[in-house]
Design a protein around this ligand. Structure first.
Ligand SMILES: [Zn+2]
Length: 314
């Protein structure tokens, strides 16, 4: 005999509400992959996963959705396969893309969850949410400290609390505890249930130190003169986007070109071994995506640019 899927403790009515909701998850790394799994098991209606990176072995210490055989595959494509085996009733869309002001409409949903590791993307999500009145939930985890906060259209916004120089995501952090990322994602998804079920009573900034067993709630408020709250959206207009970005997790550099995959594949095959993936191709330390981005493993920006010039051209 087969048992039917068990409801969440939230009750049948809530379960029905969740079934009608669409959540967009930006980033399916340490936080996002755990959040995606929890939402899938909870029976959310629709889940859109957006991520610009591929699975690497050093991710597996904390990104429990992935396995060794996923190495080299785009995270969202690997995630989709695993999630569909967990609950086939959830409609899952996977986008191998870097979210920018040009494709920002991908965020359109009932709720956006932050699984990114960088402030630039968070500022973009913040502006999109404010402008389109869509709630989003910030989450971050560094070493043994975690942060979670709900942003509603009517509350203060991310830019009221954080500035570009906050440096919460600096690349020289000493890694992160795998128990922390799972806990932070769990808090984030609990807050997501509250938003989706309209049971939010307050929106403090949660600060968790898992090593010291402390969870504190910090009150935040709207900042006088906040540009985003005033309706000035610099990130949505693409004013803050860079051509080359360092990915903190993998130490790779992303260069946004207008690469034509088939042409470049032909050229690189004459030079050496090219490995094909669903999302693109890999050649030495270069991963070239169908959407025209190139991820390059290099020791610094200069080396990344020189490898790009050598193999991809202008
Ligand atoms: Zn604001």
């Amino acid at each position: 005999m087969r048992y039917s899927r068990q409801e969440l403790y939230l009750g049948k009515e809530s379960q029905e509400v969740l079934k009608k909701k669409h959540v967009v998850l930006v980033g399916v790394g340490a936080l996002g992959s755990v959040a995606a799994e929890l939402l899938t098991r909870a029976g959310i209606g629709k889940l859109t996963l957006i991520d610009r990176d591929v699975v690497e072995l050093h991710n597996l210490q904390r990104q429990s959705l992935y396995e060794e055989k996923d190495e080299g595959e785009a995270k969202v494509l690997a995630a989709k396969k695993h999630l569909e085996r967990i609950n086939k009733e959830v409609q899952i869309t996977a986008k191998v893309e870097d979210i920018t002001h040009e494709n920002v409409e991908l965020l359109k949903s009932d709720l956006i969850l932050d699984g990114t590791d960088n402030l630039v993307t968070r500022f973009l999500i913040n502006e999109y949410s404010k402008k389109n009145k869509i709630p989003w939930i910030y989450a971050a985890a560094v070493s043994d400290k975690g942060y979670v906060k709900i942003y509603l259209p009517e509350t203060d916004c991310f830019q009221c609390t954080f500035t570009e120089t906050t440096g919460l995501d600096s690349c020289d952090t000493a890694g992160v505890l795998n128990t922390l990322t799972h806990t932070v994602a769990s808090i984030q998804v609990t807050e997501a249930f509250k938003v989706l079920l309209q049971k939010v009573q307050e929106t403090p900034l949660f600060h968790l130190n898992i090593w010291e067993n402390s969870l504190t709630r910090l009150k935040t408020q709207r900042k006088e003169g906040c540009e985003v709250c005033k309706g000035n959206y610099n990130y949505l207009m693409g004013k803050k986007e860079k051509e080359i970005i360092k990915f903190c997790g993998s130490g790779s550099y992303q260069i946004k070109g207008k690469v034509k995959l088939e042409e470049i594949k032909e050229k690189l095959e004459k030079l050496g071994k090219v490995e094909s993936f669903e999302h693109g191709i890999q050649f030495n330390q270069l991963m070239i995506f169908k959407d025209g981005r190139v991820l390059i493993k290099a020791k610094d920006e200069k080396e990344a640019k020189s490898l790009y010039a050598q193999y991809i051209g202008e």
